[in-house]
Design a protein around this ligand. Structure first.
Ligand SMILES: [Fe+2]
Length: 419
C-alpha cells in the first residue's frame, strides 16, 4: 500500500527538479535588460592608439549614461578623480523586451596605456574594468580569431572563448568571422553570446563581421543585421549603405579590412552590395601603406564542402585581393578549419609574396557539418567535428604566425608568412 505513494513522491520531485532547472536555463537566456549595465562591449570605431569605444545595455528609459575612466597606473582610489564621458543612448526593441544601448567613444587617450573604467550613472554602476590602448609605434602583438559561434547551447561558445583568452592573455583584440549567433534578430541568442564573452569583451575589443545568420529573424525572413549594428559600434568608414558592417582599421603594421558577404540576404536592402564594396575596397587598399593586409569576411571564396561551385564572392573580390596583395583572408560559414596554398588568380603560386592564403576558421560554437571535404586548393584541411576550435595570430615585424587550436588547447595547425 505504501509503494505507490513513494513513487508518486519521487515522480513529483523529478518533475519539480526538471521544471526548475529548465526554467532557470530558459530565463538565463531569454531575460531582458535591467537597470544595471550589462553586455559591456569594447570596440574600436576610431584609432586604437588614442580612442576606445565602449557600449553597454540597460533596460529602456535609462538615460544620461556615463563612463568614468582614469589611467590605471595613476589612480589610487577609483573612481575618485576619474574623468567622465557622457554616453549617447539608442532604443532597441527586441523580442525579449525593450532596452537602451548606450555608447561613447573616449578620445585623446595616451597610446600604449592601461586604463581603468566603469559604466553606468545614477541608476547604478558596473564593476571596474580595464582596457589598454595600442602602442604609438608598431610592436609585436597577438589577436584571436573565432569561427562561427552560432549555437544551440552558448555554453560551448563560452568555453571556447574563455579557454582561448585564458591561453592567450596577451591578445589585444578578437575577431569573429560572422554567424556569431544562430538567429541574429532573436535577442535571446545575443544574451547567450554576450554571457560567453563576459570578462573578455569588456577588456579587449571585439572586431566582428556579419554572417548570414545575423540577418535571420525568428520567422526566418531576411533583415538587415540590426541587432549586430546596434551593439557593435565599429568604424563608419565603409560604403554608406553598409556603415558599421564594412570597415577597415589599422593596428600596428597591419591594415585590417572587414567585408560583408551576405549578398543573398541583404541585396534586396542594399542593391549591388558586393560591387559597392569592391569600389570601396579598391580605394581602401590603394591608400594603405601598412606592411600587412588582412581581410575578414564570412562566406569563403574557396569553399570546403562537397558539391559547391565557384562563388560570386570570389569573382568580385579575388581580383582585388590579387591586385593589392592581401596576405591572408579569414572566412567562416563552412565550419571547417582549412587553409589554401598561396593563390593568385585562383592558382597556386608557391609564394606568399604573390599569393594570398585563404583560411576557413572552423567553428567556436556547437554547429558542425558532415559534408566538409578537402579541395585541390587546400594545403591543410581539418574538420573540427570532435571539438570547437580557435585561432591565434601573432604579428612581429616581418613575421606573421598563425596557430589553430582545439577548444581544449591541442594544436591543430601552425604556419607562418615571412616578408
Ligand atoms: Fe554562415
Amino acid at each position: 500500500m505504501r509503494k505507490p505513494k513513494i513513487w508518486l513522491y519521487i515522480l513529483f520531485l523529478v518533475v519539480v527538479l526538471v521544471l526548475s532547472s529548465s526554467s532557470a536555463l530558459f530565463s538565463s537566456i531569454t531575460v531582458g535588460a535591467t537597470e544595471a549595465p550589462d553586455h559591456i562591449t569594447l570596440t574600436w570605431s576610431g584609432d586604437p592608439k588614442t580612442t576606445q569605444t565602449i557600449t553597454w545595455r540597460t533596460g529602456a528609459g535609462i538615460v544620461n549614461g556615463q563612463v568614468q575612466f582614469a589611467e590605471a597606473a595613476k589612480v589610487q582610489l577609483f573612481p575618485w578623480q576619474a574623468a567622465t564621458a557622457a554616453a549617447g543612448v539608442e532604443p532597441l526593441n527586441t523580442n525579449v523586451g525593450d532596452m537602451g544601448i548606450h555608447s561613447v567613444t573616449l578620445t585623446g587617450l595616451k597610446p600604449g596605456t592601461r586604463y581603468i573604467y566603469r559604466v553606468g550613472g545614477s541608476d547604478g554602476w558596473s564593476q571596474p574594468h580595464y582596457f589598454t590602448t595600442a602602442p604609438a609605434t608598431a610592436r609585436p602583438f597577438t589577436f584571436l580569431v573565432f569561427g562561427d559561434s552560432q549555437s544551440i547551447n552558448y555554453d560551448v561558445w563560452r568555453t571556447t572563448a574563455q579557454q582561448a583568452y585564458r591561453a592567450t592573455p596577451e591578445a589585444v583584440f578578437f575577431a569573429n568571422v560572422g554567424d556569431l549567433v544562430d538567429v541574429g534578430q532573436d535577442y535571446a541568442h545575443w544574451n547567450g553570446w554576450f554571457a560567453g564573452v563576459k570578462g573578455m569583451i569588456d577588456t579587449i575589443p571585439a572586431m566582428p563581421v556579419t554572417g548570414n545568420h545575423e540577418s535571420y529573424t525568428p520567422a526566418r525572413v531576411f533583415s538587415m543585421p540590426l541587432f549586430f549594428t546596434a551593439q557593435f559600434k565599429l568604424p563608419q568608414n565603409g560604403p554608406a549603405d553598409l556603415a558599421g558592417q564594412v570597415y577597415s582599421f589599422d593596428y600596428g603594421d597591419v591594415h585590417f579590412v572587414m567585408l560583408d558577404s551576405q549578398e543573398g540576404e541583404q541585396a534586396k536592402f542594399v542593391p549591388n552590395m558586393l560591387e559597392q564594396q569592391k569600389i570601396w575596397l579598391e580605394k581602401d587598399l590603394q591608400s594603405t601603406n601598412k606592411k600587412w593586409k588582412i581581410v575578414f569576411l564570412h562566406r569563403p571564396l574557396f569553399n570546403n564542402k562537397e558539391g559547391e561551385g565557384d562563388s560570386h564572392i570570389r569573382k568580385v573580390f579575388a581580383p582585388v585581393f590579387d591586385k593589392y596583395h592581401a596576405d591572408v583572408v579569414f572566412t567562416g560559414h563552412d565550419h571547417a578549419y582549412a587553409r589554401t596554398y598561396p593563390l593568385h588568380s585562383g592558382i597556386r603560386t608557391y609564394s606568399t609574396v604573390t599569393g594570398t592564403v585563404y583560411v576557413a576558421t572552423g567553428r567556436s560554437g556547437t554547429k558542425t557539418y558532415r559534408n566538409l571535404i578537402a579541395k585541390e586548393w587546400h594545403e591543410f584541411f581539418y574538420s573540427p567535428a570532435d571539438e570547437p576550435n580557435y585561432l591565434t595570430v601573432e604579428v612581429n615585424g616581418g613575421l606573421l604566425k598563425v596557430k589553430a587550436y582545439k577548444q581544449s588547447g591541442v594544436l591543430i595547425d601552425a604556419w607562418e608568412i615571412h616578408k
